[in-house]
Design a protein. Sequence first.
Length: 307
Amino acid sequence: MTQTLQAPVPAAPRLSESRKAALAAAVTVLLWASAFVAIRDVGHTLSAAPLALIRLAVASVALTVLVVATRGRRVIPVPLSRRTFGLIAACGVLWLAGYTVALNAGEQHVDAGTAALLVNVAPLLIAFGAGLFLGEGFPRALIAGSLVALGGVAVISLGSSGDRDGLGVALCLLAAVLYTAGALIQKVVLRVTDGLTTTWLACVVGTAVLLPWTPQLVSELSDASLGAVLAAVYLGLFPTAIGFTTWAYALKRMDAGRLSATTYVVPTVSVLMSWALLSEIPTVFGLVGGAISLVGVAISRRRRSVA
């Protein structure tokens, strides 16, 4: 009697670190794009700082549960120096708290297209900042692609409606500067710690900074609809807790300038989401600008060939 030996089942191919980082960046883009839609939907119910507070508080609770459940008592796997804690705190204050409040307030004064254009100056600023301060240099493809993508965002804004005022423009530009500073600081922090720890601690710090607005938040929540509350919770769980964690994961494995260029896709995805979820039909400018932005991101991700 002969015995038939079965051939071993080949193991499923494992994703490389670069592919995992690209996947994490794609998740971030999708979730951050949805944030613009949610903020637009709930921004007239909750004020800028209270909305930021509930968003960061929800994210802090969710990430705390995740960290404790996965790490037990050792919630911070690698001991962190005072300098590292200080940088994480700066990231929490500037980006998680400051940027979120400035963006929320800015979208109450300018239309979404203008806000997207102004805030998306940040990836270009990050590219230059990473070249100057992080030693990433100034790859021609990155700079050229960033400029093309920024041009696409400008085209998208041409089809937007609404009033533009100086305060709204200033707030959105402030958000872009805070976004830039936070991303560059985070890149430095990620050299010594992991993305989950960084995002979790930054969210906790950001929440603590916004606690003085708790009475206003309680007052506004008492008059808010269930849909507005759920939208605020969504902002905390998905674009913040998950979106910032996947961003940190990708940032630890990619150059800051190259990763930030991928976020030029955010306005394009936001336009499509608004179409699907809010029945806001995209303009020709939105479609053409989105296509230009995608081309720009593709250019920015080209790597120089080695002869």
